[in-house]
Design a protein around this ligand. Structure first.
Ligand SMILES: [Fe+2]
Length: 222
């Protein structure tokens, strides 16, 4: 008998092309080579225990266009935004910007959620494999740390109301964009095996309540 999957919200992953990644890398590299000068720190708005996190500038418009395109594809299949009945489904969403996380050895992002309605993360550089991390920690007695070391983890309840955690992060995720609901709790565990930085970009989208879609009767009952 086939498995019966109960209704839940699917997340969305998309691998960016080399051409899409190139301008992002160019900006990230110049941020680092200029020692982050001229970039606004995002730290006051973030919970992560990271020294270096900055708002993206030049490559943001093109990246936002890519993210918006993927949100539309996700929405076609998930109807996540349409399920947000409090805005009657008549409003577009808009980007609230994006920031780059330069995570160093031992730094972490504790469990948190975001403002907005759709959030995203783009893995740019994962300078370790989970195997290297577990090997490095194998002398430690803390098996829980070994299980999730260096990983991005989502926390949610299953159909029994039990809290589950799904974690993924490895060098294979480089160049991958993940879309998720902004209120979904997540965390990034620290890594230890390298002095290189783990680099990701994140951003949020909110409903744009300034405008409604054209040709839509906002009094129409859904
Ligand atoms: Fe986050």
């Amino acid at each position: 008998m086939p498995l019966k999957h109960l209704q839940n919200l699917p997340l969305w992953e998309h691998k960016l092309s080399k051409e899409q990644l190139e301008p992002i890398w160019r900006e990230v590299n110049s941020m680092q080579s200029a020692d982050y000068k001229d970039y606004k720190t995002a730290s006051p708005q973030l919970v992560g225990d990271l020294e270096h996190q900055y708002f993206l500038k030049d490559s943001l418009p093109d990246l936002d266009a890519t993210v918006q395109e993927q949100i539309n594809l996700w929405e076609d299949q998930s109807r996540y935004l349409a399920s947000m009945n409090y805005n009657s489904g008549k409003h577009a969403i808009r980007s609230l910007g994006a920031w780059v996380n330069f995570q160093s050895k031992g730094e972490n992002n504790p469990l948190h959620s975001h403002g907005g309605v759709v959030s995203w993360v783009l893995w740019l550089k994962i300078p370790y494999t989970i195997e290297q991390e577990r090997e490095y920690l194998s002398r430690q007695p803390t098996t829980q740390t070994q299980l999730f070391v260096g990983q991005f983890a989502l926390v949610y309840t299953n159909i029994l109301g039990n809290v589950e955690m799904t974690a993924w992060d490895s060098d294979e995720m480089e160049g991958t964009l993940l879309l998720f609901p902004s209120k979904l709790k997540h965390a990034v565990y620290p890594f230890y095996s390298t002095d290189e930085k783990r680099i990701t970009i994140s951003g949020n989208y909110a409903f744009n309540t300034d405008h409604v879609y054209q040709n839509v009767d906002i009094n129409e009952t859904r």
